[in-house]
Design a protein around this ligand. Sequence first.
Ligand SMILES: NC(=O)c1ccc[n+]([C@@H]2O[C@H](COP(=O)([O-])OP(=O)(O)OC[C@H]3O[C@@H](n4cnc5c(N)ncnc54)[C@H](OP(=O)(O)O)[C@@H]3O)[C@@H](O)[C@H]2O)c1
Length: 325
Amino acid sequence: MRAVRCIEVGSIGDLVLEEVPPPEIRPGSVRVTVEAAGLNYVDALFVQGRYQIKPTPPFVPGSELAGTVTEIADDVGGIAPGDRIVASVGLGAFAEQVVLPASAVTLIPTSLSSPAAATLTQSFCTALYALEQRARLRTGETVLVLGGGGGVGHAAIQVATSLGADVLATASTPEKASHARAAGASVVLDPEPSSLRKRLREAAPAGIDVVVDPVGDAATEPALRSLREGGRLLVIGFAGGEIPSIPTNLILLRNRSVVGVDWGAWGMGHPAEQAALLRTVLAMVTEGRLHPPEPTAYPIEQAAMALEDLLNRRVTGKAALVMEG
Ligand SMILES: NC(=O)c1ccc[n+]([C@@H]2O[C@H](COP(=O)([O-])OP(=O)(O)OC[C@H]3O[C@@H](n4cnc5c(N)ncnc54)[C@H](OP(=O)(O)O)[C@@H]3O)[C@@H](O)[C@H]2O)c1
């Protein structure tokens, strides 16, 4: 089988696609033929050595996947060859096969394509965790989603809309703006930070209740200033580059809150709750309340290019490595 390997930490361009022996099945595990692997910032950060966890090379990056079970260990029940699943794996998804603990895989609805399923967990679980559990979003509130044409942003628009919010979003290109509108945003604004506050005042004169912020940098402060009484800013990520510093008087004013969202750490520390959260997302998909979009597909040979596109703001929505066959 083939796998994308990081031989030396540093440059994404140094990733290599190699023939490697297939992993061996172990007690309690299942073998999965990977059909698609989601691409995420965290995968690039692992390869660049910029993530807080630093795996020893060589390693196979890739943190989420969808595929079909092809073999189960003798002691595994409740899952069978032919079942279609998703899994979050931390590392190892950029490969044609994986062996995973049976407890780590979740069955997916037949309506969901493998590329859409492979890109759903990090974006939609983060969005649902952030809006429901961290912001305690209420029906009828107004939500601003920064980076609404990106992975977390698009998912947050869908989740907020399905929870009964009115959603505004920012997006930097016409393609990303249509992606945000397709997710349910009623208004899409240019993200240019120096005039964002003015555009937000015009678009939402009564103010914003919840800001979903996966962008950071200069976008955060005008968004924070737009929060009305009791508003919450959800700090999710820093795709814009810099981690912003916030004058704390802006939090004091109007009794605002700045709320951290570390879905990844929460999920690792609370595996049963994370499994329930993923099941909720999948149930919302089955009920037609969420519609995970088809990602931009890259062949496994183009893993490095795909990660570079992601880091350089060129991907609309999500991107996935889609395996042959
Ligand atoms: N806290 C958590 O639990 C959690 C979970 C998942 C992801 N994250 C983090 O959230 C962030 C966003 O993830 P994502 O999957 O939504 O990424 P993404 O799909 O690339 O979207 C990020 C968006 O940020 C905007 N952006 C503004 N300046 C940018 C720049 N200089 N470079 C790249 N993008 C820029 C882009 O929108 P425009 O071009 O329209 O401005 C882009 O669409 C990442 O930092 C990721 O690590 C955090």
